[in-house]
Design a protein around this ligand. Sequence first.
Ligand code: IPM
Ligand code: MG
Length: 366
Amino acid sequence: MKPCRILVLGGDGVGPEVIAQALRVARWVAQRSARPLEFIEAPYGLSAFQTLGEILPARTLAAAREADAILFGAIGGDYAGVPVAQRREGSVLRFRREFELFANLRPVRHWPALAGSCPLRAEVAGGTDIALVRENTSGLYFGQPRGISELPGGGREAVNTLRYTTEEIERVARFAFELARGRGRRVCSVDKSNVLEAGALWRQTVTALHERDYRDVALSHMLVDNCAMQLVRAPTQFDVIVTDNMFGDILSDGAGAIAGSLGMLPSASLGAVAADGSRRALYEPVHGSAPDIEGRGIANPLGAILSLALALRYTLRDEALATRVERAVEQALQAGARTADIAAPGEPVLGTVAMGDAVLAALEAG
Ligand code: IPM
Ligand code: MG
């Protein structure tokens, strides 16, 4: 059987620390996978720039193109000495765009074991299980024209463009509807159609697609400002949320509070499904490089480990192994394992490696 090859890019900040723990779990998983599973590490980020002169060395990019998926740590830090063009070429946005990873899935759930450290009361957030789907390759992040220019009369002007085509809206909405069919059969589409043309087209397109192909799924619409409020007021009302690139970025950080910490959130950036069932994919924890705690061994590796679980689900397509890893995270939390970001006052705190130990112990215990 052709092995499943996952390229591992630790990147910057706490990225390599959390990815190291995900790799320990990956080794455990690889011994139990029906399909051979290989993890290949490659230089990327500031450390690659310092040693090889490039953030994204050509051979790392080539390996990314060949791989079945990418497991990504984080990028970001002191990039003052790096030319702007290089910075852009090496950013995670480049991967999203170049590999057309148009659907960004950010599952958000409430962990009963973390009720004590969750800023939302258990009566409000308990039972929350949201699949937040963010459009990932268009909108305000990529629209042209963009830039900062001098104004003739003095001062400067900054421009970004919010542009969406029906095709871009449709493919991410289709992803959300398909996902909903495998769970609660409800999609809430979030836009700003009362003000923005891109929002109006978003709503019309999602509605038309729903009527055409997904009448078995319940569709609702919500304005993004209201959604921000509903996510903290009554998060259990949501099943699948689908929204544009910028709104998805903002709402997913907000929703992170439901999980107790941004350190708990995994993500999958997915491309279209090819004829053989495979799809391009990049998996990364949502928390980013967190330079303030870099190198201190205190970062929460669970977002990275849960991102690995998503890779097992969507790339390896081994639901049993994916669930096994997710369950091990839950068991570690139930057993009281806490990194600093998810510890309630007075609870003992583990470092990054010890949290990895706790997850491995739960896996071994079965
Ligand atoms: C995220 C991050 C990225 C984004 C940054 C690091 C470019 O905030 O994945 O949510 O804005 O998409
Ligand atoms: Mg973000």
